[in-house]
Design a protein around this ligand. Structure first.
Ligand code: WTA
Length: 633
């Protein structure tokens, strides 16, 4: 049943097979899952439309592959270990059988509240086992979940609800986050004022704070499950039925609903999980992401649970109540695989080694990184002080759109190289192309990263707008999926990801479209025009720098800057708040009116050594004014 690669030569052997005959390769892996009906054809595809189908006409339910497939042998094995935000609150250990019963009960509750196969359900919840139950119950009844990170604002939430015309929101009264308590139900209340499709809101009691429950619309979670049976027969789904929608930022002004389907996502999330982390039965695996991001979907919930693993879910933040909390948790549960983001590592690095000292960390076998390029300094700190120099560090490159890890070392099997994602997983065919789309073969080449052959967990469309999917991902280069990232193949043949080449910035591992932030800034009545760029930031990787043209009447510069930051926080959420706002008299534009972001990026990163030829600009004088305004002159 296991398709875990055990040796380096095994990796090369599997990789070779996976490119010589991808259909046979994936069919063999898919056979280890439980299908209600076998597929007719393994793969149908073209990247023109795009139109990609895996395991065509196969019938299954992904949750049967988590529960029915494992219950017999793993009923009493912990599925989820939950560590609360506050260290004094009791933890929870949920076995596979308990998770199965909770999920079934919630399936019945969802149906009783009017949810049916194909309906969209928004999950706006804290990191508690019920959030996983919510996702799994949707999958089990065939509803399509869309998890929205519970730090997004009410208007971001409303936009997502409206885009997919969701019928229901699952939320909590409030969330604990470090020392803070966040009134999320109130955010939902504000959002659903403007979402005609929402019929019901189910509210989990978490903080116990006062909330307003609207008669006929709002139902407490505990009331919804009251008296519901803990038995439920999973609905039969087609392999290509939608499993979930996850909104993510791109270079357009509005987030896109990335669509993942059932069969392929199941096969790839489990396969990649087992191989990258080299999970062995009985291990305790911990990924620190939030379920609001793709990492939480694939590597807290689906991948590990499909593999019958024990997955740790942590509600809190790395620095509460102290900067050693992560390491305390690692020791407490004897965590074997630990998967986090470079931004968390850099944030903890600031506290030095003292917070780590009390903990042995000797259970760790594998450590991992995801979300952004990991700089060498953070890599070494993580490797030396957390991995104690003897844990493979897997630097995993992938995206919301790819559904699973694409380029990464397999822990302890394929070599590690600082700051290099390294080699593609079997079945993944990355290529580096030049601006014209010519494949750059061999080593020591640099260009844009594309994938030239389909893989099972790739996005199928962007919800409600297939043209957008085609334009954004499949039009830049013929017959290739374009990732939006730059990459280099070094002299040893290892891949290094160089970061985004489009107008997407990566703030603490969170994707932000610059246009999206600009749109939010422009909502402020005093703002005339704005341009947003990323700049290097010690902890966040990239910070958000906003150049804004304003009508200053009645405001001081300081008050206006603060108002602009608050506007973004209100419209998108705290993660999008600009780190720097510079009020400028104008923006450098080409004669065709396009903003010259290259210049703005240079000024933001305090590098004015080579601003290039500015004489062809419509308004060359503005460059000097901006440089001066930034305090660089
Ligand atoms: C970046 C997160 C370098 C990249 C799973 C990508 C990385 C974007 C890495 C996707 C990595 C993610 N090394 N860059 N190991 N992992 N990225 O959709 O720019 O939130 O395109 O998915 O994050 O972000 P997303």
């Amino acid at each position: 049943m296991s398709h875990k690669i055990q040796t380096l030569s095994g990796y090369f052997h599997e990789y070779q097979k996976s490119v010589t005959n991808p259909e046979a390769f994936w069919a063999r892996i898919a056979e280890s899952f439980h299908w209600k009906k076998q597929w007719d054809k393994t793969l149908e595809w073209n990247f023109e439309e795009p139109d990609v189908k895996w395991f065509v006409n196969g019938k299954l339910n992904i949750t049967e592959n988590i529960f029915e497939r494992h219950l017999y042998t793993k009923g009493d094995t912990p599925a989820i270990i939950w560590e609360p935000n506050g260290p004094n609150e009791a933890n929870r250990i949920v076995t596979y059988r308990e998770l199965y019963e909770m999920t079934n009960q919630f399936c019945n509750a969802l149906e009783a509240q009017g949810i049916q196969k194909g309906d969209r359900v928004i999950i706006y919840m804290p990191m508690v086992p019920e959030a996983a139950v919510a996702m799994l119950a949707c999958a089990r009844i065939g509803a399509i979940h869309s998890v929205v990170f519970a730090g997004f604002s009410s208007s971001s939430l409303a936009d997502r609800i409206n885009d997919c015309e969701a019928k229901m929101v699952l939320t909590s009264d409030g969330n604990f986050r470090g020392a803070k308590q966040i009134p999320v139900k109130a955010v939902v209340d504000e959002a659903v004022e403007n979402t005609p499709s929402i019929e019901k809101v189910i509210v989990l009691k978490r903080t116990g704070e006062e909330v307003v429950m609207k008669e006929g619309r709002d139902v407490w979670w505990h009331d919804a499950i009251q008296g519901q049976s803990s038995e439920y027969t999973a609905k039969e789904m087609d392999s290509e039925d939608l499993l979930f929608i996850l909104y993510t930022s791109g270079s357009t002004g509005k987030p896109k609903g990335v669509v993942h389907t059932t069969g392929g996502y199941m096969v790839y999330s489990e396969y990649s999980f087992s191989n990258v982390f080299q999970y062995s039965q009985g291990d305790v695996y911990w990924c620190t992401a939030d379920i609001g991001w793709i990492t939480g979907h694939s590597y807290i919930v689906y991948g590990p649970l499909l593999a019958g693993a024990t997955t740790l879910m942590f509600e809190g933040v790395p620095t509460f109540p102290h900067a050693g909390r992560f390491w305390e948790i690692v020791d407490k549960y004897k965590v074997n695989q630990f998967y986090t983001a470079p931004t968390a590592i850099r944030a903890l690095q600031v506290y030095g080694l003292e917070p780590i000292a009390p903990y042995s960390l000797d259970s760790l076998k594998v450590i991992g990184s995801v979300g952004e390029p990991i700089n060498e300094e953070a890599w070494h700190w993580y490797h030396d002080h957390i991995g104690k120099g003897n844990c493979p560090l897997v630097d995993t490159w992938w995206q919301t759109e790819t559904g699973g890890i694409m380029i990464s070392a397999l822990a302890g099997i394929t070599p590690n190289k600082p700051a290099h994602a390294s080699l593609p997983l079997p079945g993944i065919q990355p290529v580096i192309v030049d601006a014209e789309g010519n494949e750059l073969k061999g080593n020591n080449v640099e260009g844009n990263l594309c994938i030239k052959f389909p893989w099972p967990s790739m996005l199928r469309t962007t919800y409600g707008d297939h043209e957008k999917c085609k334009n954004v991902y499949f039009s830049a280069y013929k017959n290739m999926y374009f990732t939006g990232d730059g990459a280099k193949r070094d002299h040893d043949g290892y891949l290094r990801i160089l970061g985004r080449v489009d107008d997407v910035i990566n703030v603490s591992g969170h994707r932000m479209g610059t246009a999206e932030v600009e749109n939010a800034i422009n909502e402020h009545p005093k703002v005339v025009e704005s341009a947003v760029v990323g700049y290097p930031h010690d902890v966040k990787g990239q910070g958000i720098y906003a150049y804004v043209i304003c009508d200053m009447e009645g405001r001081t510069e300081e008050s206006l800057k603060q108002e602009i930051k608050d506007t973004v926080r209100k419209i998108i959420g705290p993660i999008a708040k600009p780190d720097m706002v510079q009020i400028v008299p104008g923006l450098p534009k080409t004669r065709s009116g396009k903003i010259m972001r290259r210049i703005l990026r240079k000024v933001a990163s305090k590098d004015i050594s080579n601003l290039g030829d500015t004489s062809t600009l419509l308004n060359p004088e503005v460059v000097d004014q901006i440089v001066e305004g930034a305090g660089l002159k």
